[in-house]
Design a protein around this ligand. Structure first.
Ligand code: GLN
Length: 490
């Protein structure tokens, strides 16, 4: 069974197509691993109770040779931010503890339409706010490579689930790095598509102009496949692009001849640890060996990306989270013993009890940025600098096709190390937030390990809608490295 748990989606599909394994056997294997490890790793907030019935229904389809769909019979985990009808959708928050989704998000529906099985909903930082998966109301997630370390965040549960064989692949969301950074920390592949590729319908909103859902997988090919399944225009989300969705997984190339790879010089600073530097340098050698031309590019404004991101993201969050008022749905404080004396008290007691401290910090910061008298100095200014950062990237993409950089300055940090210092925590997002501010596609592909045996990812960024080039570079790095290490729990 451990063989199954280490398999990619492509390998599992072969096993299903040749009837070596039944969908219910796959589901059972992953469920077994979840039951064995979840009390330690805490990657799932809830498990789909009808999983085995759904899997058995697919068994009979398989028998009749009717198992069709790009993900037919593949057991996946979904970040607990994307609604799946009839299942709880907590966003990692107490305020949505008992919220059962009345409809299915477009991303989840697209996965289901291709025959995927949903194992359950993955743990995350509360409302996707965090970089370590320590802010979830449902407890911390541990890094499967070493339980003392964080798995990254906010899609830490989705990343840990794949790394520990608790799902064949998962879906995360990335507002400022939340797919790429945990993918890097957990040694898997994670993709943040171009803004507008993937529908946000049915996904709990954090910062709407930055949020994109993306796949977290064992291989680049799986990531390309999942990306093509979840992408596309959606009439329910008018920010989705009309752009055609290529079959990326079928066009992967390892030969990088003719491709120019840009190294943004501002990303190669002294802040990067020796181990990270070595891993990134090695990836640069690989892309050269595969025929790409490597050049230096400059993005002088990315030094402002973290403050700009934390102004834009918190402003949007303060607006998006105003809907959790205890009136329409979600948690409501118990007013039976001490009734609220004003509407304001009704809201503040409910929200004070329902939200955790990181979420409150951001609501306060965002409300302040948007308030009259400060709007021009903070929110408006941040939007202007955001535009300049985007222009700067577009300019740089005139001279290169894909940018290669570290995902973070160091591999995973220890649990507890940064949680009481928000500024230190936020600065972890230094290399990832600019991608979202500019709306670009980005990904993390495993590049190697630190001396302590912790995974280190390589970040690749492409111009808008140029995912194919990014996948090709990732594929060539993956194929050259042939990394086979897995965490001990597998
Ligand atoms: N770490 C960033 C934050 O805390 C990014 C989160 C995300 O991408 N959802 O906001």
């Amino acid at each position: 069974m451990s063989d199954i748990l280490k398999s990619s989606i492509s390998e599992l599909k072969e096993k299903l197509d040749s009837k070596q394994v039944k969908p219910s056997e796959l589901a059972e294997a992953y469920l077994g691993q979840i039951n064995k490890l979840n009390s330690d790793i805490n990657a799932y907030i809830s498990v789909n109770e009808s999983l085995m019935d759904e899997a058995k229904a697919l068994d009979s389809k398989q028998e009749k040779g009717e198992l069709s769909g790009k993900l037919a019979g593949i057991p996946l985990g979904i970040k607990d931010l994307l609604c799946v009808k009839g299942q709880r959708n907590t966003a990692g928050s107490k305020i949505l503890e008992n919220f059962v989704a009345p409809y299915t998000s477009t991303v989840s529906q697209k996965l289901l339409d291709e025959g995927a099985l949903v194992l359950g909903k993955c743990n995350l930082d509360e409302f996707a706010m965090g970089s370590s998966n320590e802010t979830s109301y449902y407890g911390k997630v541990k890094n499967p490579w070493n339980y003392e370390y964080v798995p990254g965040g906010s899609s830490g549960g989705s990343a840990a689930a794949v790394a520990a064989g608790m799902a064949a692949a998962t879906i995360g969301t990335d507002t400022g790095g939340s797919v790429r950074q945990p993918a890097s920390f957990c040694g898997i592949v994670g993709v943040k598509p171009t803004y507008g590729r993937v529908s946000r319908y049915g996904i709990v909103a954090f910062a709407s102009s930055l949020d994109q859902a993306g796949p977290m997988t064992r291989t680049v090919k799986d990531a390309a496949l999942m990306s093509e399944v979840i992408s596309g225009h959606d009439p329910y989300d008018q920010t989705t692009a009309q752009e055609a969705v290529p079959e990326w997984s079928k066009s992967l190339k390892q030969d990088l001849k003719g491709l120019k790879i840009g190294l943004p010089k501002e990303y190669f600073t002294d802040a990067i640890t020796e181990d990270t530097k070595k891993v990134v340098d090695n990836a640069i050698e690989i892309v050269k060996k595969r025929g790409a031309e490597v050049i230096e590019v400059s993005l002088p404004l990315v030094k402002h990306a973290v403050p700009v991101y934390y102004l834009v993201a918190t402003s949007e969050a303060s607006s998006n989270l105003s809907r959790y008022d205890g009136v329409r749905y979600g948690y409501r404080s118990d007013f039976s013993k001490k009734p609220a004396e004003s509407l304001e008290e009704f809201y503040s007691r409910t929200r004070g009890e329902g939200f955790g401290s990181e979420v409150k910090r951001r609501i306060i910061l965002g409300t302040y940025c948007l308030s009259s008298g400060y709007y021009d100095a903070y929110y408006k200014k941040a939007c202007q600098v955001r535009r300049l950062i985007r222009d700067e990237f577009m300019q740089a993409f005139n001279s290169c096709d894909v940018m290669l950089s570290p995902v973070t300055t160091s591999p995973a940090f220890k649990a507890g190390e940064r949680i009481n210092d928000p500024v230190q925590m936020y600065s972890n997002d230094i290399f990832t937030t600019s991608t979202n501010l500019a709306g670009l596609p980005g990904m993390s592909v495993p590049g190697g390990f630190s001396q302590e045996g912790l995974p280190i990812g390589i970040q690749l960024t492409a111009a808008h809608f140029q995912e194919q080039k990014m996948f090709d570079v990732a594929y060539s790095i993956e194929q050259e490295l042939q990394l086979k290490e897995v965490p001990n729990v597998l």
